[in-house]
Design a protein around this ligand. Structure first.
Ligand SMILES: Cc1cc2nc3c(=O)[nH]c(=O)nc-3n(C[C@H](O)[C@H](O)[C@H](O)COP(=O)(O)OP(=O)(O)OC[C@H]3O[C@@H](n4cnc5c(N)ncnc54)[C@H](O)[C@@H]3O)c2cc1C
Length: 298
Protein backbone atom coordinates (compact mmCIF):
# COMPACT_ATOMS: atom_id res chain seq x y z
CA UNK A 1 0.00 0.00 0.00
CA UNK A 2 1.44 3.39 -1.01
CA UNK A 3 1.71 5.94 1.81
CA UNK A 4 0.07 9.24 0.88
CA UNK A 5 1.27 12.49 2.42
CA UNK A 6 -0.97 15.31 3.55
CA UNK A 7 -0.49 18.39 5.76
CA UNK A 8 -3.47 17.59 7.96
CA UNK A 9 -5.41 14.38 8.33
CA UNK A 10 -8.90 14.81 9.76
CA UNK A 11 -10.60 11.69 11.05
CA UNK A 12 -14.35 12.12 10.59
CA UNK A 13 -16.56 14.05 8.17
CA UNK A 14 -19.22 15.10 10.68
CA UNK A 15 -19.67 18.76 11.64
CA UNK A 16 -16.48 18.78 13.77
CA UNK A 17 -14.22 17.21 11.14
CA UNK A 18 -15.55 19.27 8.23
CA UNK A 19 -15.33 22.50 10.23
CA UNK A 20 -11.69 21.72 11.12
CA UNK A 21 -10.96 20.92 7.47
CA UNK A 22 -12.50 24.21 6.26
CA UNK A 23 -10.40 26.38 8.55
CA UNK A 24 -7.16 24.51 7.90
CA UNK A 25 -7.75 24.45 4.14
CA UNK A 26 -8.56 28.17 4.02
CA UNK A 27 -5.27 28.72 5.83
CA UNK A 28 -3.48 26.97 2.97
CA UNK A 29 -2.95 23.39 4.21
CA UNK A 30 -3.47 20.30 2.07
CA UNK A 31 -6.25 18.59 4.02
CA UNK A 32 -7.48 15.01 3.79
CA UNK A 33 -10.62 13.89 5.60
CA UNK A 34 -11.22 10.18 6.14
CA UNK A 35 -14.75 9.01 6.88
CA UNK A 36 -16.66 5.75 6.97
CA UNK A 37 -19.06 7.53 4.61
CA UNK A 38 -20.46 11.04 4.17
CA UNK A 39 -23.83 10.02 5.61
CA UNK A 40 -22.54 8.40 8.80
CA UNK A 41 -21.97 9.44 12.41
CA UNK A 42 -24.38 10.95 14.92
CA UNK A 43 -25.89 13.42 12.50
CA UNK A 44 -26.92 10.78 9.97
CA UNK A 45 -29.42 9.47 12.54
CA UNK A 46 -31.05 12.89 12.95
CA UNK A 47 -34.29 13.26 11.07
CA UNK A 48 -34.84 16.98 11.64
CA UNK A 49 -32.57 19.68 12.98
CA UNK A 50 -34.29 22.81 14.22
CA UNK A 51 -31.70 24.18 16.60
CA UNK A 52 -28.83 25.08 14.28
CA UNK A 53 -28.18 28.53 12.87
CA UNK A 54 -29.26 29.49 9.37
CA UNK A 55 -32.19 27.30 8.35
CA UNK A 56 -35.71 28.73 8.02
CA UNK A 57 -37.07 25.20 7.69
CA UNK A 58 -35.86 22.08 9.54
CA UNK A 59 -33.04 20.24 7.75
CA UNK A 60 -32.30 16.51 7.93
CA UNK A 61 -28.97 15.38 9.35
CA UNK A 62 -28.05 13.64 6.10
CA UNK A 63 -28.71 16.79 4.06
CA UNK A 64 -26.58 18.87 6.42
CA UNK A 65 -23.76 16.30 6.11
CA UNK A 66 -23.97 16.34 2.31
CA UNK A 67 -23.85 20.15 2.23
CA UNK A 68 -20.93 20.21 4.67
CA UNK A 69 -18.88 17.75 2.60
CA UNK A 70 -19.71 19.51 -0.70
CA UNK A 71 -18.60 22.88 0.73
CA UNK A 72 -15.30 21.43 1.91
CA UNK A 73 -14.65 19.71 -1.42
CA UNK A 74 -15.35 22.99 -3.25
CA UNK A 75 -12.44 24.50 -1.31
CA UNK A 76 -10.14 21.64 -2.23
CA UNK A 77 -10.43 19.36 0.81
CA UNK A 78 -9.94 15.73 -0.19
CA UNK A 79 -12.59 13.48 1.34
CA UNK A 80 -11.80 9.75 1.31
CA UNK A 81 -14.28 7.04 2.27
CA UNK A 82 -12.40 4.35 4.18
CA UNK A 83 -12.27 2.84 7.66
CA UNK A 84 -9.37 3.99 9.80
CA UNK A 85 -7.87 1.12 11.77
CA UNK A 86 -4.85 2.55 13.58
CA UNK A 87 -3.04 5.76 14.38
CA UNK A 88 0.65 5.72 15.28
CA UNK A 89 3.81 7.82 14.96
CA UNK A 90 5.73 7.76 11.69
CA UNK A 91 9.19 6.21 11.56
CA UNK A 92 10.95 9.48 12.41
CA UNK A 93 8.48 10.30 15.22
CA UNK A 94 7.96 13.81 13.86
CA UNK A 95 4.43 13.16 12.66
CA UNK A 96 1.67 10.58 12.41
CA UNK A 97 0.96 7.49 10.39
CA UNK A 98 -2.65 6.48 9.88
CA UNK A 99 -3.62 3.09 8.57
CA UNK A 100 -7.01 2.52 6.96
CA UNK A 101 -8.39 -0.52 5.17
CA UNK A 102 -7.31 0.74 1.74
CA UNK A 103 -5.07 3.74 2.44
CA UNK A 104 -2.14 4.79 4.53
CA UNK A 105 -1.31 8.44 5.27
CA UNK A 106 1.50 10.39 6.85
CA UNK A 107 0.74 13.82 8.26
CA UNK A 108 2.46 16.22 10.67
CA UNK A 109 -0.90 16.93 12.35
CA UNK A 110 -4.17 15.07 12.93
CA UNK A 111 -7.61 16.24 14.03
CA UNK A 112 -9.58 13.47 15.69
CA UNK A 113 -13.29 14.07 15.06
CA UNK A 114 -14.64 10.54 14.93
CA UNK A 115 -17.72 11.21 17.02
CA UNK A 116 -18.88 10.01 20.41
CA UNK A 117 -16.98 7.13 21.83
CA UNK A 118 -18.96 4.18 22.75
CA UNK A 119 -18.83 0.81 22.45
CA UNK A 120 -18.43 -1.61 25.19
CA UNK A 121 -20.00 -5.01 25.57
CA UNK A 122 -23.06 -5.09 27.84
CA UNK A 123 -22.32 -8.39 29.58
CA UNK A 124 -21.28 -9.01 33.19
CA UNK A 125 -17.56 -8.78 33.87
CA UNK A 126 -16.48 -6.40 31.08
CA UNK A 127 -16.47 -3.20 33.15
CA UNK A 128 -15.32 -5.04 36.29
CA UNK A 129 -12.19 -6.47 34.63
CA UNK A 130 -11.20 -3.36 32.63
CA UNK A 131 -7.43 -3.01 33.16
CA UNK A 132 -7.32 -6.49 34.74
CA UNK A 133 -7.47 -8.54 31.56
CA UNK A 134 -10.02 -6.54 29.55
CA UNK A 135 -8.31 -4.10 27.16
CA UNK A 136 -9.40 -1.74 24.40
CA UNK A 137 -6.00 -1.36 22.73
CA UNK A 138 -3.87 -4.19 21.33
CA UNK A 139 -0.85 -2.04 20.48
CA UNK A 140 -0.83 -0.64 24.05
CA UNK A 141 -1.16 -3.94 25.92
CA UNK A 142 0.05 -6.75 23.61
CA UNK A 143 3.40 -6.89 25.40
CA UNK A 144 1.72 -7.98 28.67
CA UNK A 145 0.35 -11.11 27.00
CA UNK A 146 3.54 -12.70 25.74
CA UNK A 147 2.92 -16.42 25.26
CA UNK A 148 -0.61 -16.16 26.70
CA UNK A 149 -4.00 -17.13 25.30
CA UNK A 150 -6.02 -14.07 24.33
CA UNK A 151 -9.19 -13.29 22.40
CA UNK A 152 -10.41 -10.30 20.44
CA UNK A 153 -14.14 -9.65 20.56
CA UNK A 154 -15.45 -8.33 17.25
CA UNK A 155 -16.26 -9.49 13.73
CA UNK A 156 -14.92 -6.88 11.30
CA UNK A 157 -11.73 -5.47 9.85
CA UNK A 158 -10.88 -3.62 13.06
CA UNK A 159 -11.11 -6.84 15.14
CA UNK A 160 -8.89 -8.66 12.64
CA UNK A 161 -6.38 -5.80 12.77
CA UNK A 162 -6.25 -6.00 16.58
CA UNK A 163 -5.83 -9.80 16.41
CA UNK A 164 -2.92 -9.40 14.00
CA UNK A 165 -1.26 -6.86 16.31
CA UNK A 166 -1.46 -9.46 19.11
CA UNK A 167 -0.24 -12.44 17.07
CA UNK A 168 3.53 -11.86 17.31
CA UNK A 169 3.28 -11.58 21.11
CA UNK A 170 0.55 -13.92 22.32
CA UNK A 171 0.77 -17.70 22.38
CA UNK A 172 -2.66 -18.04 20.84
CA UNK A 173 -5.09 -15.46 19.47
CA UNK A 174 -8.80 -16.16 19.02
CA UNK A 175 -11.63 -14.11 17.58
CA UNK A 176 -15.01 -14.18 19.34
CA UNK A 177 -17.80 -12.75 17.19
CA UNK A 178 -20.48 -12.84 19.93
CA UNK A 179 -23.19 -14.15 17.59
CA UNK A 180 -22.31 -11.77 14.71
CA UNK A 181 -21.44 -13.13 11.27
CA UNK A 182 -17.78 -12.77 10.33
CA UNK A 183 -17.34 -9.78 8.01
CA UNK A 184 -13.79 -10.50 6.87
CA UNK A 185 -11.76 -13.57 5.88
CA UNK A 186 -9.64 -14.63 8.87
CA UNK A 187 -6.31 -16.51 8.53
CA UNK A 188 -6.34 -20.11 9.83
CA UNK A 189 -3.95 -19.27 12.66
CA UNK A 190 -6.69 -17.23 14.33
CA UNK A 191 -9.37 -19.54 15.71
CA UNK A 192 -12.89 -18.13 15.43
CA UNK A 193 -15.78 -18.80 17.84
CA UNK A 194 -19.18 -17.42 16.89
CA UNK A 195 -21.33 -18.24 19.96
CA UNK A 196 -22.97 -15.45 21.93
CA UNK A 197 -21.12 -14.44 25.06
CA UNK A 198 -22.76 -14.52 28.49
CA UNK A 199 -20.01 -13.23 30.82
CA UNK A 200 -16.36 -12.43 31.35
CA UNK A 201 -15.14 -14.38 34.34
CA UNK A 202 -12.21 -14.21 36.71
CA UNK A 203 -10.88 -13.56 40.19
CA UNK A 204 -8.12 -10.96 40.58
CA UNK A 205 -7.83 -10.98 36.81
CA UNK A 206 -9.71 -12.38 33.83
CA UNK A 207 -9.62 -16.15 33.62
CA UNK A 208 -11.95 -16.63 30.65
CA UNK A 209 -15.39 -16.21 29.17
CA UNK A 210 -18.64 -18.13 29.43
CA UNK A 211 -20.86 -18.47 26.36
CA UNK A 212 -24.68 -18.45 26.42
CA UNK A 213 -24.68 -22.16 25.54
CA UNK A 214 -22.94 -22.80 28.87
CA UNK A 215 -19.50 -23.65 27.48
CA UNK A 216 -16.44 -21.90 28.85
CA UNK A 217 -13.18 -20.74 27.28
CA UNK A 218 -10.08 -20.07 29.41
CA UNK A 219 -8.33 -16.81 28.48
CA UNK A 220 -5.63 -14.57 29.94
CA UNK A 221 -6.77 -11.46 28.13
CA UNK A 222 -9.71 -10.06 26.19
CA UNK A 223 -9.48 -7.20 23.68
CA UNK A 224 -12.64 -5.38 22.67
CA UNK A 225 -12.78 -4.38 18.99
CA UNK A 226 -16.49 -4.29 18.24
CA UNK A 227 -17.49 -2.45 15.08
CA UNK A 228 -14.95 0.12 13.93
CA UNK A 229 -12.22 1.95 15.85
CA UNK A 230 -13.83 4.90 17.59
CA UNK A 231 -12.35 8.15 18.89
CA UNK A 232 -11.25 6.81 22.25
CA UNK A 233 -9.67 3.67 20.76
CA UNK A 234 -7.69 5.74 18.24
CA UNK A 235 -6.68 8.24 20.94
CA UNK A 236 -5.52 5.47 23.28
CA UNK A 237 -3.32 3.93 20.59
CA UNK A 238 -1.23 7.09 20.36
CA UNK A 239 -1.11 7.85 24.08
CA UNK A 240 -3.69 10.66 24.21
CA UNK A 241 -5.26 11.13 27.61
CA UNK A 242 -8.90 10.26 28.14
CA UNK A 243 -11.44 11.22 30.75
CA UNK A 244 -13.62 8.11 30.74
CA UNK A 245 -14.20 7.78 27.01
CA UNK A 246 -13.86 11.54 26.27
CA UNK A 247 -10.62 12.71 24.67
CA UNK A 248 -9.00 15.30 26.94
CA UNK A 249 -8.23 18.63 25.25
CA UNK A 250 -7.17 22.13 26.27
CA UNK A 251 -8.80 25.40 25.16
CA UNK A 252 -7.05 25.10 21.77
CA UNK A 253 -8.49 21.58 21.28
CA UNK A 254 -4.95 20.20 21.67
CA UNK A 255 -4.50 16.79 23.28
CA UNK A 256 -1.41 15.94 25.33
CA UNK A 257 0.17 14.48 22.13
CA UNK A 258 1.88 17.27 20.13
CA UNK A 259 0.16 17.68 16.75
CA UNK A 260 -2.97 15.75 17.74
CA UNK A 261 -6.14 17.80 18.17
CA UNK A 262 -9.68 16.61 18.91
CA UNK A 263 -13.11 18.13 18.38
CA UNK A 264 -16.83 17.43 18.56
CA UNK A 265 -18.68 14.67 20.37
CA UNK A 266 -15.42 12.82 21.06
CA UNK A 267 -14.39 15.45 23.63
CA UNK A 268 -17.65 15.11 25.59
CA UNK A 269 -19.70 18.00 26.97
CA UNK A 270 -22.62 19.29 24.89
CA UNK A 271 -23.23 16.70 22.18
CA UNK A 272 -24.65 19.09 19.58
CA UNK A 273 -23.81 20.31 16.09
CA UNK A 274 -23.10 23.90 17.23
CA UNK A 275 -20.46 22.75 19.71
CA UNK A 276 -18.91 20.33 17.17
CA UNK A 277 -18.63 23.12 14.58
CA UNK A 278 -17.05 25.51 17.10
CA UNK A 279 -14.54 22.97 18.36
CA UNK A 280 -13.74 21.90 14.80
CA UNK A 281 -12.94 25.50 13.86
CA UNK A 282 -10.64 25.90 16.87
CA UNK A 283 -8.95 22.54 16.16
CA UNK A 284 -8.47 23.41 12.46
CA UNK A 285 -6.84 26.74 13.33
CA UNK A 286 -4.67 25.15 16.02
CA UNK A 287 -3.52 22.49 13.58
CA UNK A 288 -2.77 25.20 11.00
CA UNK A 289 -0.60 27.10 13.50
CA UNK A 290 1.10 23.87 14.53
CA UNK A 291 2.01 22.86 10.96
CA UNK A 292 3.22 26.37 10.09
CA UNK A 293 5.42 26.51 13.20
CA UNK A 294 6.84 23.07 12.41
CA UNK A 295 7.67 24.11 8.86
CA UNK A 296 9.32 27.38 9.87
CA UNK A 297 11.49 25.62 12.45
CA UNK A 298 13.02 23.38 9.75
C1 LIG B 1 -30.64 10.63 17.05
C2 LIG B 1 -29.81 11.88 17.20
C3 LIG B 1 -30.43 13.12 17.08
C4 LIG B 1 -29.66 14.31 17.21
N1 LIG B 1 -30.28 15.52 17.05
C5 LIG B 1 -29.55 16.68 17.11
C6 LIG B 1 -30.15 17.96 16.89
O1 LIG B 1 -31.37 18.07 16.66
N2 LIG B 1 -29.35 19.06 16.95
C7 LIG B 1 -28.01 18.98 17.20
O2 LIG B 1 -27.35 20.02 17.23
N3 LIG B 1 -27.42 17.78 17.41
C8 LIG B 1 -28.14 16.63 17.37
N4 LIG B 1 -27.53 15.41 17.56
C9 LIG B 1 -26.09 15.37 17.91
C10 LIG B 1 -25.19 15.57 16.68
O3 LIG B 1 -25.54 14.64 15.68
C11 LIG B 1 -23.73 15.41 17.13
O4 LIG B 1 -23.46 16.28 18.21
C12 LIG B 1 -22.77 15.73 15.96
O5 LIG B 1 -23.05 14.93 14.84
C13 LIG B 1 -21.33 15.50 16.43
O6 LIG B 1 -20.48 15.76 15.35
P1 LIG B 1 -19.03 15.08 15.24
O7 LIG B 1 -18.45 15.66 14.00
O8 LIG B 1 -18.32 15.25 16.52
O9 LIG B 1 -19.28 13.52 15.07
P2 LIG B 1 -20.19 12.70 14.08
O10 LIG B 1 -21.21 13.54 13.41
O11 LIG B 1 -20.67 11.53 14.86
O12 LIG B 1 -19.18 12.22 12.92
C14 LIG B 1 -18.23 11.23 13.16
C15 LIG B 1 -17.45 10.97 11.87
O13 LIG B 1 -16.35 10.12 12.17
C16 LIG B 1 -16.27 9.11 11.20
N5 LIG B 1 -15.58 7.95 11.77
C17 LIG B 1 -15.75 7.36 12.98
N6 LIG B 1 -14.91 6.32 13.14
C18 LIG B 1 -14.19 6.25 11.99
C19 LIG B 1 -13.17 5.35 11.52
N7 LIG B 1 -12.68 4.34 12.28
N8 LIG B 1 -12.67 5.53 10.28
C20 LIG B 1 -13.13 6.56 9.48
N9 LIG B 1 -14.09 7.44 9.88
C21 LIG B 1 -14.61 7.27 11.11
C22 LIG B 1 -17.72 8.83 10.81
O14 LIG B 1 -17.78 8.17 9.57
C23 LIG B 1 -18.23 10.28 10.77
O15 LIG B 1 -17.89 10.86 9.52
C24 LIG B 1 -28.27 14.23 17.46
C25 LIG B 1 -27.66 12.96 17.56
C26 LIG B 1 -28.41 11.80 17.43
C27 LIG B 1 -27.71 10.46 17.53
Amino acid sequence: MKTEKTDLLVIGAGPAGISAALYARRGGLAVTVVTKGIETGGLAKTEKIENYYGFAEPISGKELLRRGAAGAERLGVQIVEDELLALSFNDTFDGFKAQAQQHEWEAPAVVLAAGASRRTLPIPGVAEFEGRGVSYCAICDAFFYRGKQVAVIGSGEYALHEAQVLQPHAGKVMLLTNGEPLQVPVPDAIEVRTQKLAAVEGGDRVTGVRFEDGTELPLDGIFLAIGTAGSSELARKIGAMLDGTDVKVDAQQATNVPGLFAAGDCTGGLLQVAKAVHEGAVAGLSALRYVRAKRSSK
